[in-house]
Design a protein around this ligand. Structure first.
Ligand code: M6R
Length: 611
């Protein structure tokens, strides 16, 4: 949540910052602002998207070689000009941008007000910058020292950049719990919440660690710990391509990402599924193989769509590897004193690798001695670095707030993991394993075929775009898909939707069904097919409007349903990878037809770094 960008070097800072903010807008889009440092420190900020800010500064003098910018997802204080970042200190000689939350801001604010500091916003961030100013005054110290001392006083999460009129040619940054990456160019440096604003200038980056303070002065990068100990920066090469963060001719990132799935699923399997040689590999578990083999239990922690991928993994791991699995919302797990032992493995699933609740759940499980395995998409992210081992999903950057290709990549990696565990534990026969490998290899082609349904699904979307409620039903492996379909629709079209296990409908939601209620039933041919057919009959008897997702060639369900979407058939355990595709497309088209902002739905952000 919130995106930060900063630049110091020989180029004009403002265009770099604005472009970077556009790339980071997926993190929040309530307001945006820039601070530029010449002989003076100037701040421009505006409620609304980055484009509003761009219009606002178009006629202003924005020439500067040092600057920073922010795109906000509101936490403390409503989205308005005053609450937009950057924030000045009372003297207006220091400015700050901040991603995170300062939990003890109220007490600090009272103290600072007593010292004469004046506040213009409702934010915790304005407290932070005044705290730095007050410490600097009290200790008569450098800006760097004041920032360092301030970090000892704040409780919470932050990625901050600080500029001061009294410290020209200098940019100071620090992080704890919120992501920050530094790009190292020729005589220039970039700071950002992720690598997307940096990639076109340099591929050399340093991921800043918690409690580190970065000082860039006179062309030199210096990193110190909060305890003031010098740290050696670990420079890594970025592997991201510029194309992967642009729309490539699609109207929205979400649509591009839905259509990328044949490729992204293939990338998740690359080097892991070796069909000809008959091998399955996953470098990440090698060192922990015995732990996995002997695990008494697996606990999966995640949020949102990643939690749905975790539910699919529960079915997969219990089916193939016969290890008991519990799937937990990270936000609940972290606060309920769960029983965790050293023989447990915790799998943390996260696209962004920055979700605060998932990170906190990892820390809790770690403190109890569990082995933590991460399934993340963003390379070098906080979760990827906090885990003992893991596997990247390799889906490529996902920019649309609604997760699509990340989900199928997560399910692919978790399928491979379950297969490998089943093989090592001897709970799956060689024949069954071989069959599954062959079938998994066909999934990218089957997803490609499912994508051909796009035009048909758009027609269905036209029919239902004005609905106010939707019900999604599925059983077994398709139950998490029903939850995922409902979440996709809610978040981008603002239509209320519920996902339910089809058989559970009769225990309550059936009361909602009338002739206006659209009900999406995922009824592909699997072990609960007949049962789902009965559930469809129950809906039909109450005049619900049925949209059925069926396996190709199904002749039983079409006469019962108002709309039928035929997807390629695959093994029951791989079906979520195919059956989710029409649901992604349905939510996309409904949202577009309703005029919603598909890539940046209201109130949401791509990476949720607040609890
Ligand atoms: O980055 P993560 O996978 O940890 O994010 C978890 C959720 O915030 C995320 O899946 C969210 O639910 C998406 N907007 C769903 O499309």
């Amino acid at each position: 949540m919130c995106g930060i960008v900063a630049y110091i070097g020989h180029r004009e800072a403002c265009p770099i910052i604005i472009k970077g903010l556009h790339r980071l807008e997926y993190r929040g889009y309530d307001s945006a602002g820039v601070a530029l440092l010449t002989d003076e420190l100037t701040v421009y900020k505006k409620k609304g998207k980055v484009s509003e800010l761009e219009g606002f500064i178009a006629a202003k003098d924005t020439k500067a070689n040092i600057g920073m910018g922010h795109t906000r997802w509101a936490t403390h204080g409503e989205p308005n000009d005053e609450n937009a970042h950057p924030h000045f200190s009372t003297s207006e000689r220091i400015a700050i941008i901040h991603n995170g939350i300062i939990e003890n801001y109220a007490a600090l604010k009272t103290h600072l007000q007593q010292q004469g500091h004046v506040f213009h916003s409702d934010t915790d961030t304005e407290v932070f910058v005044n705290l730095i100013e007050e410490i600097k005054k009290q200790n008569d110290c450098s800006l760097e020292e004041a920032v360092r001392l301030a970090l000892h006083e704040v409780v919470g999460a932050y990625a901050i950049v600080v500029l001061s009129q009294d410290a020209p040619n200098q940019l100071i940054a620090a992080r704890k719990g919120s992501p920050m990456v530094i790009g190292i160019g020729e005589g220039e440096f970039f700071i950002a919440s992720d690598a997307t604003p940096i990639i076109e200038y340099t591929n050399e980056v340093v991921y800043v660690n918690d409690y580190e303070i970065v000082v860039i002065r006179d062309g030199q990068l210096n990193i110190r710990s909060r305890e003031d100990v010098n740290q050696t920066p670990y420079i890594q090469k970025l592997e991201m391509e510029l194309d992967s963060i642009e729309k490539g001719g699609y109207e929205h990132f979400m649509l591009k990402e839905i259509f990328e799935q044949p490729r992204s699923i293939m990338d998740s399997m690359r080097g892991r599924l070796e069909l000809e040689a008959g091998h399955l590999n996953m470098g990440g578990i090698r060192a922990y193989e015995q732990k996995f083999v002997n695990a008494q239990r697996i606990i999966i922690v995640a949020c949102g769509t990643s939690w749905h991928a975790g539910l699919v993994a529960e079915y997969l791991i219990e089916d193939l590897a016969r290890i008991p699995v519990e799937v937990e919302y990270a936000s609940e797990f972290r606060y309920r004193n769960p029983i965790i032992t050293e023989r447990d493995i915790v799998i943390a699933i996260s696209q962004s690798g920055e979700t605060a609740d998932t990170l906190a759940a990892i820390e809790l499980a770690k403190s109890k001695g569990a082995t933590i395995f991460g399934v993340c998409n963003v390379v070098g992210s906080s979760i990827a670095r906090a885990t003992d081992a893991g596997a990247y999903t390799h889906a490529g950057p996902e920019i649309g707030v609604a997760s699509t290709k990340a989900f199928t990549a997560q399910v692919t990696v978790l399928t491979l993991l379950a297969m490998i565990m089943g093989q090592k534990r001897g709970t799956i026969t060689d024949t069954k394993l071989r069959e599954l490998m062959v079938e998994l290899d066909t999934i990218p082609t089957k997803v490609e075929k499912a994508l051909l349904l796009d035009a048909q699904i758009r027609e269905i979307a036209v029919e239902f775009k004005d609905a106010t409620n939707f019900l999604y039903l599925g059983r077994g492996y398709n139950f998490p898909v029903a939850l995922e379909g409902a979440l996709k629709l809610k978040e981008i079209s603002y239509i209320h939707a519920e996902g339910y296990p089809a058989a559970e409908m009769k225990h309550g939601p059936i009361a909602l069904i009338d002739e206006n209620m659209p009900i999406v039933v995922i009824a592909t041919r699997d072990s609960s097919y007949e049962k789902v057919v009965s559930n469809i009959q129950e809906v039909k008897a109450r005049k619900g409007r049925i949209i059925a997702i069926v396996s190709e060639g199904d002749t039983v369900i079409p006469p019962m349903a108002e709309f039928v979407i035929e997807v390629p058939h695959t093994s029951e355990i791989l079906m979520p990878l195919v059956s989710v595709v029409p649901l992604q497309l349905l939510s996309y088209h409904i949202a577009v037809l309703r005029g919603c902002n598909v890539d940046q739905p209201r109130n949401l952000a791509k990476s949720v770094t607040v609890e």
